[in-house]
Design a protein around this ligand. Structure first.
Ligand SMILES: [Zn+2]
Ligand SMILES: [Zn+2]
Length: 338
């Protein structure tokens, strides 16, 4: 099979993924083999490739996978050949520890990330345990569904962690693959709430997309929104938005940081300005299978529309570079087969 493979840590600018021919993986006990039709491009891949989240090399990246079950291993009962499935960032967890048993398998010490700790979807085939695959609602095309599996699912987890209520204001720092899905959830679940978005550059493609998706105010990080924020989600790779979000929070407000790593450090916090008055800050780490399942159901109900930019498998380096440079709107997706 063809696969885009990362053999060593390197800057994305050096086109580090190589097109290689690998043996088609074998579906083991309770595993399914999936013929990949599409795989979303996630910011976490930049962190893996550039070494901020260490991958298990050599690795086939990609954790927003949609495809068709092409082979079932022994003991598989949940899926049949021909079923359409999705695979998300959670590849496996131990299922025994206090986190796994307490509904927080995302925090498991033995958590494995798809396309980072085990091979992912930048390839024609991949394998996964049937317990970590999901049926994709019919209304979504394969490529439209791909970004839902991480950008959407982790956005759902982040939004839940804000504990937002209808009528409250929310600030979205960064408006890429995740936030453009989160805003659709907010508008559906909290119709009386206002959404304020913060981009890097005035009137860039992200800002225009935020306006199209119904943002009540579109600004850049550093600007003061028209009202204080009851909650905020930061999906940027930078440190400054953390301080900016805390500064603009209402009393008792909560900031949720949705980033696996920050590329620049967080500026010094001033207790009075950024934390006093019971302001809270929380990060979001990984996803649970329940997040993915619940989000896919909600996404179909809304129904969420993902903005995608298509690339071919062999263009993965270009797609990742464009992501780093903020050159496309919404989510990038590799179209791997029909
Ligand atoms: Zn991701
Ligand atoms: Zn565990």
């Amino acid at each position: 099979m063809k696969a885009m493979v990362l053999n060593s840590i390197s800057a994305v600018e050096t086109a580090p993924l190589k097109l290689e021919v690998w043996p088609i993986p074998i579906a083991g006990y309770k595993q399914i083999r999936v013929k990949v039709t599409g795989c979303g491009i996630c910011h976490t891949e930049l962190d893996e490739i550039e070494g901020r989240r260490k991958p298990n090399l050599p690795i086939i990246p990609g954790h927003e996978i949609v495809g068709i079950v092409e082979k079932v291993g022994p003991g598989v009962t949940k899926f049949r050949i021909g079923d359409r499935v999705g695979i998300a960032w959670i590849y496996s967890s131990c299922r025994k520890c206090r986190y796994c048993k307490g509904g927080r398998e995302n925090l498991c010490d033995q958590y494995m990330g798809t396309g980072c700790d085990a091979n992912g979807g930048y390839a024609e085939y991949t394998v996964i345990s049937e317990d970590y695959a999901y049926s994709i609602p019919q209304i979504f095309s394969d490529l439209q569904a791909a970004p839902l599996l991480c950008a959407g699912a982790i956005g759902y987890r982040a939004l839940n962690l804000t504990e937002m209520q209808d009528g409250q204001t929310i600030g979205l720092f960064g408006f890429g693959a995740s936030a453009h899905l989160v805003i659709q959830m907010v508008k559906y679940r909290y119709p009386d709430s206002k959404v304020f978005t913060f981009s890097r550059i005035k009137d860039d493609s992200a800002s225009l997309l935020a306006k199209e998706k119904g943002a009540d105010w579109v600004g850049i990080t550093g600007e003061i929104p028209p009202e204080k924020l009851d909650c905020a989600i930061d999906t940027t790779p930078a440190g400054v938005p953390v301080v900016e979000a805390l500064k603009n929070l209402n009393k008792g407000g909560r900031l949720v940081i949705n980033a696996i790593r920050k590329e620049t450090s967080i500026p010094e916090l001033n207790y009075t300005e950024h934390l006093w008055q019971e302001k809270e800050v929380k990060s979001v780490a990984n996803v649970t299978r329940r997040d993915v399942q619940e989000f896919l159901t909600l996404a179909a109900e809304i129904p969420i529309k993902s903005e995608i930019t298509e690339f071919e498998l062999k263009e993965a380096n270009k797609a990742l570079l464009f992501l780093k440079q903020g050159k496309y709107r919404g989510a990038g997706v590799l179209k791997i087969s029909d």
